[in-house]
Design a protein around this ligand. Structure first.
Ligand code: FE2
Ligand code: FE2
Length: 179
């Protein structure tokens, strides 16, 4: 039994008990926790800003009879909120504190809050924001690599959803051109 694994079960259990206060962060956690927490808080700010922008667009688009677009904006707003919640929960699991402060929110965020005047402008701004999120989340995923597979998997799931959002917006933009 002994020597069969890199760390035998007894050693792993003992180590887990010694560092119980550190929660999900075990000595086997090889990422730089400070960097991961900073990256996750930036991703959190990005999701909050995206939630706010989509909600603004949802309420503004409601007045201009664009049912398909309106429901898409609302759905995206809700999904960005879910992403924010998932990221905040992971930050806490890693022993950090999620930054929900409105002070500096826009500068922590990778994507921007742009109101946009016309429906087309709103969709374009949302598409730009999604593409920024896609790029920065890809970088975060590459950075995490095998050092923190749980956070990486979470960011991969979120990335897939942002790609879906970008695709939805590109289609809406195309439909708008054919009206
Ligand atoms: Fe998102
Ligand atoms: Fe998105």
């Amino acid at each position: 039994m002994s020597g069969a694994f890199l760390s035998d079960i007894q050693t792993l259990r003992k180590r887990a008990r010694e560092h119980i206060a550190e929660g999900a962060v075990t000595p086997g956690y090889s990422a730089d926790r400070g960097v991961v927490l900073k990256l996750l808080n930036e991703a959190l700010a990005t999701e909050i800003v995206c939630t706010l922008r989509y909600r603004r667009h949802y309420y503004m688009a409601k007045g201009i009879h664009a049912e398909g677009v309106v429901s898409e904006f609302l759905q995206h707003a809700r999904e960005e909120q879910e992403h924010a919640d998932q990221i905040a929960a992971r930050i806490v699991q890693l022993g950090g504190e999620p930054d929900f402060s409105p002070d500096g929110l826009a500068s922590r965020s990778h994507a921007e809050y742009v109101e946009g005047g016309t429906l087309e402008e709103m969709i374009k701004e949302d598409l730009v924001a999604e593409r920024i999120a896609i790029d920065s989340y890809k970088e975060i995923i590459l950075y995490l690599a095998d050092h923190d597979p749980t956070t990486r998997r979470l960011m991969e799931e979120i990335l897939a959803k942002e790609e879906e959002h970008a695709d939805d917006l590109a289609n809406l933009l195309e439909d708008l051109g054919h009206r």
